[in-house]
Design a protein around this ligand. Structure first.
Ligand SMILES: [Zn+2]
Length: 107
């Protein structure tokens, strides 16, 4: 039983490390993207804020729509610091989109 607990703990640690690596990579890749309006790179700070805003938005949708299953759009809304242009970073495909996807709600 002890060995099973140790193995399970190690697997969970590994999964957590992989998830953190993926998050850091997505933030880095978004930060390297250039604004489609002015061409300036978004930068790491803006990319990190885009992720935080996404989490806040998802938490709010969850609170306001309890009782629904929600399929969250897999993209971060990012606003350029230089020109305020808005883009949408699909973190699954690591591509910029000009139009937002929407969250879908199921009863
Ligand atoms: Zn811009």
């Amino acid at each position: 039983m002890l060995i099973l607990s140790i193995v399970l703990g190690a697997v969970l640690l590994l999964l957590g490390a992989v998830a953190q690596r993926d998050i850091r990579r997505s933030i880095r890749r978004l930060g390297e993207q250039n604004c489609s309006a002015c061409g300036m790179p978004y930068g790491r700070t803006v990319a990190s804020q885009a992720r935080k805003d996404y989490i806040t938005e998802c938490e709010q949708a969850r609170r306001e729509s309890s009782g629904y299953r929600i399929h969250f759009a897999h993209e971060w809304r990012v606003e350029c610091e230089a020109c305020s242009g808005v883009g949408y970073y699909a973190f699954d495909t690591e591509r910029m989109e000009s139009k937002p996807s929407v969250h879908r709600f199921y009863p």
